[in-house]
Design a protein around this ligand. Structure first.
Ligand SMILES: Nc1ncnc2c1ncn2[C@@H]1O[C@H](COP(=O)(O)OP(=O)(O)OP(=O)(O)O)[C@@H](O)[C@H]1O
Ligand SMILES: [Mg+2]
Length: 259
């Protein structure tokens, strides 16, 4: 099962990814969580301890690996390099495992203008496609806003794309944009999750203003989320209300899984 999690900045993509990852891991499923955000935060939300995180480094920052696999130095523009480097060993070799969740950080690529293709971008693109073809039990992608980076492979292989929103018109506007972009590339299995919901009015607002996307559920606004971050512990352990909602969502998502 492959699930991509998107939405406007700061709406709670990483929080939701961490919760769902831990739900499936606790059910005994093999989970690969991919932090595809240029500034990675998923390890924090999962409460990975420092010693585990020390073994983690974003793929786009691994200069030697990029040189070895593409034949060119990171940042090189122009010249020759392999655009489909070997990546099949990367998910196992460069991820870390904690409480049943395997975590991989993609890192960021500086794009010097549109259409730039540099060795690290080739690496990430190939890795992303490889992830889509892998037979992981559960693959969760913590994305950054927008779907420009989603290609044909994603459309064909992602079981569900979850768009996280807050009870604000702005985040719903972004959700509508994501829906349009997703439809343009043929990605249809989109679901909405309302996060930081404080009361029935806010829940109702999201229900009535949804940009035509089926609602997967709500996560309540809860100061325990920030507190977990401050304490360096998993949101999953510290916010029972969110854990319970995430369990329901994970159950629904599993029922959408394509054979
Ligand atoms: N249900 C919630 N209740 C209260 N605070 C929340 C809740 N969900 C997330 N937050 C807080 O909102 C902020 C953003 O959350 P998070 O990092 O999960 O969002 P994001 O969409 O991944 O952000 P980014 O776009 O920066 O990657 C964090 O400070 C987090 O603690
Ligand atoms: Mg995030």
């Amino acid at each position: 099962m492959k699930i991509a999690i998107t939405g406007k900045g700061g709406v709670g993509k990483t929080t939701l990814t961490a919760l769902i990852a831990q739900v499936y891991a606790d059910q005994g499923r093999q989970v690969l969580a991919v932090d595809a955000d240029p500034s990675p935060c998923l390890a924090g939300a999962l409460g990975f301890p420092d010693e585990v995180r020390a073994g983690l480094s974003p793929i786009s920052e691994m200069d030697d690996l990029i040189l070895e696999r593409t034949g060119a130095k990171k940042g090189q523009v122009g010249g020759f390099f392999t655009i489909n480097p070997r990546v099949d060993d990367i998910p196992e070799r460069f991820s870390v495992l904690y409480r049943g969740v395997r975590l991989l950080e993609m890192g960021s690529v500086e794009t010097g203008g549109s259409g730039c293709i540099c060795p690290e971008a080739a690496m990430l693109k190939t890795l992303f496609t490889h992830l889509m073809f892998r037979k992981d039990e559960v693959l969760l992608l913590d994305m950054y806003a927008g779907v420009e980076h989603l290609g044909r492979a994603t459309v064909d292989f992602v079981d569900a794309m979850v768009v996280v929103v807050e009870p604000t018109r702005r985040s719903l506007g972004t959700a509508a944009q994501i829906k349009k972009l997703a439809n343009d590339i043929g990605l249809k299995r989109l679901y909405l999750v309302g996060n930081k919901v404080r009361n029935d009015d806010e829940a109702k607002f999201l229900e009535t203003e949804t940009p035509g996307l089926p609602l997967l559920g709500f996560l309540p606004a809860d100061m325990a989320v920030q507190e977990a971050d401050r304490l360096g512990i998993p949101v999953y352990d510290h916010a029972p209300a969110l854990k319970e909602s995430a369990q329901k969502m994970a159950g629904l998502l599993a029922s959408f899984e394509r054979a």
